[in-house]
Structure formats: structure tokens, C-alpha cells
Design a protein around this ligand. Structure first.
Ligand SMILES: [Zn+2]
Length: 248
């Protein structure tokens, strides 16, 4: 049991035996408070469980969407959900070390952020974002998360058509759309986000304490990221998303 859940259970048991809990108090203890550590990928306390790597509400919504899709013959399978800071750091540093053999650190960074987030800033830390494939079809050889697998007659084009029509009804939105005016990461037809939760997490990411905590993280290449570079990165990449996922 994680610390937050332990505290919640033990505090509730203690209070509940002595008095009738008000509905507000119950709601307070049941709210899954997500803080900076969760957003940075340093804590998993916001996830459904240790084996279900999705934020709790996102998981419920995903399961409803999965059963609806199954009726249409599409088996939504998560290729990637929550990713920890450590995992993102490993991916990042592997790319950074490869690229800096022939390029400057600045060039390497700008190339990596075509597709990969800077560690601590990934939406995959949030537990609300998922990369989807269709498990009802024969998977293509090699890398599955490629644009051409999701269009035309390709393996995952039925998934894409179904998601275009139905995902919104379950709260899921494509993040990195094909809109030519969008800045930031390239088009990702596989990456969806649970809007009711993710919207508020994005606004938490814009808060001062998030940025202060991010400044304390350590990974290769970070010393080349100035404050103004990070300001521009959050604006162009963090907010370069489907407008329906922007905090209102
Ligand atoms: Zn993704």
C-alpha cells in the first residue's frame, strides 16, 4: 500500500469509528491529490495501483472505452501509459549521448525534442496519457508507433477511425494533432489524453513550484537548458497541443 493510501485508510478508520463523516470530509479524503512529485514522474501515488499504471479516473474511463471498442472489433491495447522520470531519463540520455558524438549539445537537444519530452516534463508522467495500438490485428514488423501504421489500409487505421469518432465521448483526446499551425512535437496518431484530468495537470505544470522542483532534477544535457530555453520549450511544446486539452 502506498503512503497516501495508507494514511487515508488509517485516518478514515480512526475518525469513522467516533463520528459520522460528513460528505465533504469523505470527498476530501477520496480526492486523489496530485502534486509536483507526481507530475515530475518521481512518485506513483496518483496511479490506480502498482500494476495498473494509469491515474485512477483515467483507468475507469479507459476500461469503458475499451469495452465499447471491442464491440466494434477493435482491441485497444496500451503500448505505453505512465512513464517514470527514471525511464524518461534513460531514454533521453541514450539519445543525447548518441547524438553528441557528432553534434553539439544544443543540436542534439533540438533533435531529441522532435518526438521525446525533456525528463520531468513528459505527459506520460501524469498517468492520464496513453499510446494505443490495436491488438485485434497482426502487428506490423518493427516499431509500432509510426504515423503510416494509422492511416490508409494500414494495421491500426480502423483504430484511428474508431477513435476519431468515439474517443471524445469517453473523455479521450488526441494530443499531438495533425494541425499545421500546432507547434511542438510532431503528429502522433497514437497518443491520447484523458481530458477531464489532464487539463488541470497542465495548469499545475505552469505553476512556479513545479518549475522550481524541475530545476533540481539531474540528467545529461540539462546544463545546456537555460531559463529562456525552458520558457520557450514549455510554451511551444507543453502548450503545442490539441486546444481542447488546454486549461480554460
Ligand atoms: Zn505517447
Amino acid at each position: 500500500m502506498n503512503r497516501k493510501r495508507f494514511l487515508k485508510t488509517s485516518v478514515l478508520a480512526g475518525i469513522g469509528s467516533q463520528l459520522q463523516l460528513s460528505s465533504e470530509l469523505i470527498a476530501f479524503f477520496n480526492s486523489t491529490a496530485i502534486d509536483v512529485e507526481n507530475l515530475l514522474g518521481l512518485s506513483q501515488s496518483h496511479l490506480k495501483s502498482e500494476s495498473i499504471l494509469l491515474e485512477a479516473e483515467t483507468y475507469e474511463a479507459f476500461m469503458s472505452m475499451k469495452s465499447a471498442a471491442l464491440k466494434a472489433g477493435i482491441d485497444l491495447k496500451i503500448a505505453s501509459a505512465y512513464r517514470s522520470f527514471e525511464r524518461q531519463k534513460t531514454i533521453w540520455e541514450w539519445k543525447f549521448n548518441q547524438l553528441t558524438e557528432t553534434k553539439s549539445p544544443a543540436e542534439a537537444i533540438s533533435e531529441i525534442i522532435t518526438y521525446s519530452s525533456i525528463p520531468g516534463t513528459s505527459r506520460h508522467h501524469w498517468g492520464t496519457d496513453i499510446d494505443l495500438i490495436d491488438d485485434s490485428v497482426q502487428a506490423p514488423e518493427g516499431d509500432l508507433l509510426l504515423e503510416h501504421h494509422y492511416h490508409g489500409e494500414a494495421a491500426f487505421s480502423n483504430l484511428k477511425t474508431w477513435m476519431d469518432e468515439h474517443s471524445r465521448a469517453f473523455g479521450f483526446e488526441l494530443v499531438y494533432t495533425q494541425d499545421e499551425n500546432r507547434t511542438g512535437f510532431k503528429y502522433e496518431p497514437w497518443h491520447y489524453s484523458y481530458q477531464p484530468k489532464a487539463k488541470s495537470l497542465l495548469s499545475l505544470q505552469s505553476k512556479h513550484n513545479f518549475r522550481k522542483a524541475w530545476d533540481n532534477l539531474e540528467f545529461e544535457g540539462k546544463s545546456h537548458m537555460t531559463d529562456s530555453f525552458m520558457d520557450a520549450y514549455f510554451k511551444s511544446y507543453g502548450w503545442g497541443i490539441n486546444p481542447s486539452l488546454m486549461p480554460s
